[in-house]
Design a protein around this ligand. Sequence first.
Ligand code: SF4
Ligand code: SF4
Length: 461
Amino acid sequence: MAATDDSAPDDRTQTAFDAHHAPDRRLIDTCVHCGFCLPSCPTYALWGEEMDSPRGRIYLMDAGLDGRASMTAGFVRHFDACLGCMACVTACPSGVQYSPLIEATRGQIERRFNRSLADRLFRAAIFALFPYPARMRVALAPLALLQPVARLFRAARARPEGLSHGRPRASVGSTSPGLFARVRAMLELAPAIGWRSLFARVPAHTSAIGERRMTVGLLTGCVQRVIFPRVNAATVNVLAAEGCDVVAPEDQGCCGALALHAGRLDAARAFARRTIETFERARVDRVAVNAAGCGSSMKEYGALLADDPAWADRAREFSARVRDVSELVAELGPPRAERHPLALTVAYHDACHLAHAQGVRQQPRDLLRSIPGVRVVPLAEPEMCCGSAGIYNLVEPEAARDLGDRKAAHVEAAQADVLATANPGCTLQIAAAARRRGATVVIRHPIEILDASIGGRDVGA
Ligand code: SF4
Ligand code: SF4
């Protein structure tokens, strides 16, 4: 295997890694190169290129550590193309911990690789916007005003014949996607959003119905609270109906998931410390999360702050309290609130950061099956990422679009009434892909479906 065969020699400006949080050699050495992970890797499925597989990327990390590869544009492209979906972790029989490896690699890239000016500005804009709900509201306000124009744009983009922009690409490409492709992806992903939704908030404190079982803190999320506040409202309703006091601290900020998954480790640590402090002040028994990416990063705080003596114990203790809301509903035990029947066929899409990163697969399905009348049907290629992956569909729009089209075709084939998924990024990504196919799909968080059942309502169109 050639480590950097797609890089020009004069591109070799730096050794790949320095000593500050380099990928851990011991973790790399657990890979026995068996290749069992290859079929489940989305980028390997797209391009069939070894260096865009988990095994190839681990090989590149190894080569970067011992000086056989340097921090070239070609080297970086293979890691930029990785979705961080962790399907390889699920598939690996040797228990390779790919998550800390890719996070360390991305941390090195963010510190040491000189991206193009356009790339840097685009990424800076994303990180100046998405972790800050107030800024996101300002940015999305024109969309709320221009809903009719946005609808026209979407209708013009819809192509009932299937894949949207010709044949999928054959490889990762040697340079980062251009600004035009990225802005187009942003417009395609933009949700239909109204004023009410933009400024909706859940109460800071909601009392349990009946005898209290526990006090739960709710992470309201950045994208979730601005674009899908109905998911937070449903989470509060269900937890209160099941006997939980629900606290949603008003001063909570971003959990740091986007920064962590992009290798912006100092920013991720700062967000983590603030989140820990906020929920410590709230004195909660559990912290409920309804966004898969946020939950997975909050469960990683212990590792993220392990080298910080002032925070290591607090971070570990905090992570131990974090639950996806479906885990929490299961943990609460026998349901208290009556489930009213819903005659629905529901296809469940496993968000990668829930299924692969947190190992939560059964609880959301059980939650749905606890509703009389609900039939849960499988999707083809359930392990395969939809292409959302944090900011991936913004910075790598072509690969994300190919994966989104692939997922939307499976959703269509399932012929369900509703698609259920537990991550706002997946919801936006699959909705956009369905629109490109000229299809409309009703997408709901599992907790919204349960809330509708408890409330005796339908799930809405
Ligand atoms: S995280 Fe996903 S995209 Fe990256 S190597 Fe693993 S399976 Fe492939
Ligand atoms: S990551 Fe795991 S499955 Fe993939 S090649 Fe290495 S040992 Fe095999």
